[in-house]
Design a protein around this ligand. Sequence first.
Ligand SMILES: [Zn+2]
Length: 410
Amino acid sequence: MKKTLCRACGAPLSRSFVDLGMSPLANSFVPLDRREEGETFYPLHVLVCDDCTLVQLAEFEEPKNIFSDEYAYFSSFSSSWLAHAERYTAAMIARFGLGTDAHVAEVASNDGYLLQYFVRRGMPVTGIEPAANCAAAAVAKGVYTEVQFFGVATAREIAARRGKAALMAANNVLAHVPDIHDFVGGFREMLLPQGVATFEFPHLLSLIRFNQFDTIYHEHFSYLAIGPLQRVMAKNGLRIFDVEKLPTHGGSLRLFVCHQGAAHAETPAVAATAEEERAEGLRDLERYAAFAPRVVEIKAAVLEFLIAARRAGKTVAGYGAAAKGNTLLNYCGVGPEFLSFVVDRNPVKQNTLLPGTRIPVFGIEAVSERRPDYLMILPWNLREEISRDMAAIRDWGGQFVVAIPRLEVF
Ligand SMILES: [Zn+2]
């Protein structure tokens, strides 16, 4: 067997964190006219580095098309995420005293959901986004966007043409990059000497505490915590000077990063967060072994619920064809015989089949037409919002279900 090396420190990896078996790519929805064709499954096995404790996906034969033109997710579909972006804009301008001449860059800028708020303040912006369809949507909003993958070479080239940046943002992308050093090194190349970069990502601590194993999928190479990232930043001439906790994606961190020699003073939150990770066992390799059995327990609970519902003649549908749901359903081996259909607001996903499980995806109206007895909310991080929006299922005695952090009917 080929030995995988840690993407942060280069040590050989051998310690398993959780093995979810074989799974198709979570965002490769199957068009109805391709239902007779096969799908490729890849191992979904997560390891933890004995040396630096970075939790990461084991190497698999990497498909080239993960972030291709077909990448279906547009950030602006979520109103709560737009509100989050607008608050960020106001907070950064106030805290770092950014004037209208301050250059703001975002890596993985998607459809311009964030930079549009800086444009409205009259500030020069640069979006960097590899998915051409997302970039085109950003340009239509007046957000200057480069269609590129980010790394050291791209950063040097963009900085030479557009100037260095006073503020750089990277939201929910650090976990998705295969070469973490080349990516982080790009911030060193593109930040002004006193510039600030912020990185948001789902916190490994929340994944472990709240059994969020369904946030594991192939596009998600690393599962991040502040401990291993302090080493990654240092290796690239950068340092973490502040950290904030965010409720997004079930519990995220926002790191504030600057050049090692910059004047930003380190806040007590950095050491406090590192200490919290240590207290929870994130530096203690033996404690990682406790996670995998909890994942098996959730699978058992999901199957017990679905089998009991079927035996009782009840119907179950799903809400939200997100990557999370695909990991959960594939790992649990749940097909349309147990979960008859899933609804999603995104028209790109409607009238397709979920990868692997082949559960049909319909528009939201399918719920009121077919009146399922249970509606399983797959993006559990939005359970409040979704159960409010879909409260009409109560009219026919319908109930909601979530599987994470544990199976709950409500
Ligand atoms: Zn390592």
